[in-house]
Design a protein around this ligand. Structure first.
Ligand code: HEM
Ligand code: HEM
Length: 163
């Protein structure tokens, strides 16, 4: 995998767009719940605004995550920041890895629940909320630790493009 000097403009835009979409889903996610319950009861899907925006935003997260992974392996990402202990570096790597798994698995299970009419998949999909909240909190804490304790300007890596 190549090691460029920094993230590209596209990688940075994708990072922040996906972050915004996920935050939107976490705030408004419950709204699709009533349309889902009604569908399970009647067997007919009703596409109200809440359902349509939830599905579109979720599919957006999935497609953007695939695009990001293609860029990670094709173009590469910058080397891990220096100044971290081995444990911190491992924690950062694990957090990024699990966030990628969630960005792929959560929408996939959501699609299966909705289009397959599966209540079990819906229950599993509902775990998205605590899972994302924990992982994103860890991720943001890591970014703040770099910003205010290590003072290595890590946030700039997700702001200033290197292409
Ligand atoms: C739902 C929200 C978020 C997700 C899913 C997410 C995911 C990720 C992932 C997977 C990476 C690894 C690089 C890559 O593949 O693009 C990354 C990097 C980064 N994220 Fe986030 N992020 C989120 C929100 C945030 C927020 C709110 C901040 C600001 C505090 C932030 C700051 C950063 C920084 C500074 C990096 C670069 C780290 C490095 O280069 O080692 N992220 N993010
Ligand atoms: C990363 C993308 C997504 C996130 C973060 C997300 C998040 C959420 C959240 C927070 C809830 C509310 C759970 C609760 O009430 O506790 C929810 C419910 C739901 N979502 Fe998603 N979602 C995503 C993608 C999708 C997609 C693509 C679909 C496809 C149709 C979908 C279908 C559903 C359904 C059917 C429910 C209701 C589940 C139930 O009430 O049992 N989601 N989602």
């Amino acid at each position: 995998m190549p090691t460029p000097a920094g993230y590209s403009r596209t990688q940075i835009r994708l990072h922040w767009n996906v972050a915004a979409l996920i935050i939107f889903q976490l705030i408004f996610g419950e709204e699709i719940g009533s349309a889902f319950d009604a569908m399970l009861e009647s067997g007919v899907a009703s596409y109200d605004l809440a359902a349509i925006t939830h599905i579109l935003a979720g599919v957006g997260v999935l497609l953007f995550a695939v695009w990001r992974l293609a860029l990670r392996f094709g173009r590469g990402v910058p080397a891990a920041p220096t100044g971290e202990s081995a444990v911190q570096a491992l924690l950062a790597k694990a957090t990024h890895g699990i966030l990628y798994v969630l960005m792929l698995a959560v929408p996939a299970v959501g699609l299966f629940a909705w289009f397959g009419g599966s209540e079990e998949a819906g229950d599993l999909h509902s775990l998205a909320k605590p899972a994302f909240i924990i992982l994103v909190a860890l991720h943001v804490l890591g970014a703040l630790y770099h910003q205010f304790i290590l003072k290595d300007g890590l946030l700039l890596r997700m702001k200033r493009a290197a292409d």
